[in-house]
Design a protein around this ligand. Structure first.
Ligand code: HEC
Length: 178
């Protein structure tokens, strides 16, 4: 008898533990929602703040793109590297439209600057698809300006400067990368 009580008690503990560790409440629309975020839809939500979004995604992807354009890409493999960096940036830019960490992220100006940036990286993508190095490079430089435009608009104290790494060459050649 004692043994039965013990087994039942253990079973109760296990069932309770499973119940609380599962994604309760049962309404799937509520699962994963963040009560602190009034933008949460229950499906897509902001997991990291904007600083981390910049550090973990924008910055490394931009470095990839910059490095992949150091010299004219040769062959499919090298162009593929440019392509990947470009479209990672293009897609990640969409996340800017749903940021909700700061009030200014809800302003039309924020949305306009994010859109300007996404349009610019899509233009880089078009040049990449044409395998046109000079066009890709000049559009890349224009794209980097859109990072800086947003930083100057919203980081008032000390805007982060994203450098396309243009090294001025002897006058008449104009700007080149590195
Ligand atoms: C639509 C606006 C917007 C665009 C576009 C944007 N950023 Fe940012 N970025 C910000 C804001 C705002 C901050 C400051 C975040 C804070 O301090 O709260 C920031 C900060 C940063 C930081 C500093 C993070 C830190 O450690 O403080 C880096 C690096 C950065 N951005 C890289 C980039 C790069 C690279 C691009 C373009 C490829 C880019 N950003 C495009 C808004 C933007």
């Amino acid at each position: 008898m004692r043994r039965i009580i013990l087994v039942v008690a253990i079973a109760c503990v296990i069932v309770t533990a499973i119940f609380f560790s599962s994604n309760y409440p049962a309404d799937p629309a509520m699962a994963g929602s963040n009560p602190d975020s009034n933008e949460s839809t229950g499906v897509e939500k902001q997991v990291i703040d904007n600083v981390e979004l910049m550090e973990l995604l924008f910055d490394p992807y931009y470095v990839d793109l910059r490095n992949s354009l150091k010299t004219p890409p040769e062959g499919r493999k090298e162009w593929r590297r440019v392509y990947i960096a470009t479209y990672r940036l293009a897609e990640v830019t969409n996340l800017l439209f749903s940021r909700d960490g700061e009030d200014y992220m809800k302003t039309p100006e924020w949305k306009a600057l994010a859109l300007e940036s996404r349009n610019a990286i899509e233009e880089v993508g078009e040049a990449v698809r044409k395998l046109d190095y000079d066009l890709t490079k000049s559009r890349y430089i224009a794209y980097i300006e859109t990072c800086n435009n947003c930083h100057s608009a919203f980081e008032l104290e000390e805007p982060t400067v994203v450098d396309p790494f243009i090294v001025p060459k002897p006058q008449e050649d104009g700007p080149t990368l590195f």
